[in-house]
Design a protein around this ligand. Sequence first.
Ligand SMILES: [Zn+2]
Length: 123
Amino acid sequence: MQVNIKTLIDDRQCYETVRELRWPEGCQCPFCDSKRVIKRGFNEKEPAKQRYACKDCGKRFDDLTDTIFAGHHQPLKVWILCLYFMGLNLSNRQIAQELDLDRTDVQKMTTQLRESVVKKSHQ
Ligand SMILES: [Zn+2]
């Protein structure tokens, strides 16, 4: 019998990890950097994904807005596991095997993760 780590990981914990990574000092608007941000419930399809609205610029965003995880075809937990395996110094080949992914996909993911999880498009 084989244990698949993907089934052991909790989505809420993954989103919590993203928040800690991108906003170590508390949630901030990705458009104007304001900290006057209110929570606006959760995403319908992904109940662990928190949505926000900025009280200064009025724009709306969520946990993944402006991160490398947004709009990607891999679920967030795959990214978080990738990050975890990188911390264990696994090779791209080992990570690919562990997550049942293509090695070139893993290569792209680890490269992006090493640079930054937040895109710098608004700065
Ligand atoms: Zn704003």
